[in-house]
Design a protein around this ligand. Structure first.
Ligand code: IBG
Length: 221
């Protein structure tokens, strides 16, 4: 065995993308096994590889880990991206859960009926601009440091950058009102491991397209 973590998921962002981001930011090489059909998922299920019969699943350190949050917590702890004490970890958890909520809202746009998508996306972008992003701008302004917690890169920064880029795909001017998030984006995008992940040809995935939805539905439903 190569010793690299092995990620089991479809070849799309979905729930695996923050895991890819965190590993990449930590400078950890990983392998991916893509599910192409429902049978691929069934195989993992019947082998007993999936605790709750669901992916993402990550083989790491002799474990077959499931549950996105548990996987992220493990990677963040292992690679020192989870704060220096319980209080820093509490802040990181709050910031990350806010980002997870916003990400869920964005993902849910795919499952809206065609005639409701535009209106739904507008309301999600309004929440990004007026509920979520102001929080991170305020945190950065409050302590005047480059990173969200402890003056040091943490999983919260990695997940914030991922989310900024995601929101910009739908609303390119989202950062116009947030000068500190603009410089946060510039600085974190330049961290060598992250910079590498942002280059074409990395394991970062492209946005899910309408045309991919039937294929994903066929596997997961
Ligand atoms: N709480 C679990 C986690 O966070 O890991 C949920 C996992 C989950 O919903 N997995 C789905 C699954 O395996 C695939 S992600 N379904 C098969 C089954 O039998 O339940 C689906 C998804 C996509 C994009 I693609 C956005 C959100 C979810």
């Amino acid at each position: 065995m190569s010793g690299k973590p092995r990620l089991h998921y479809v070849n799309a962002r979905g729930r695996m993308e923050p895991i890819r981001w965190l590993l990449a930011a930590a400078g950890v090489e990983f392998e991916e096994a893509f599910l192409e059909t429902k049978d691929d998922l069934k195989k993992l299920q019947t082998n007993g590889d999936l605790l709750f019969q669901q992916v993402p699943m990550v083989e790491i350190d002799g474990m077959k880990m499931v549950q996105t949050r548990a996987i992220l917590n493990y990677i963040a702890g292992k690679y020192n991206l989870y704060g220096k004490d319980l209080k820093e970890r509490a802040l990181i958890d709050m910031y990350v859960e806010g980002l997870a909520d916003l990400n869920e809202l964005i993902s849910s746009n795919f499952f809206q009926p065609a005639d409701k998508k535009e209106e739904h996306l507008a309301s999600v972008m309004d929440k990004a601009a007026n509920r979520y992003f102001p929080v991170y701008e305020k945190v950065l302004k409050g302590h005047g440091q480059d990173f969200l917690v402890g003056n040091k890169l943490s999983r919260a920064d990695v997940q914030l950058l991922e989310t900024i880029l995601l929101v910009e795909e739908s609303k390119p001017d989202i950062l116009a009102k947030f000068p500190l998030l603009q410089s946060f984006k510039a600085k974190t995008s330049n961290i060598p491991n992250i910079k590498k992940f942002l280059q074409p040809g990395s394991q970062r995935k492209q946005p899910i397209q309408e045309k991919d939805i039937p294929r994903l539905m066929q596997i997961f439903h």
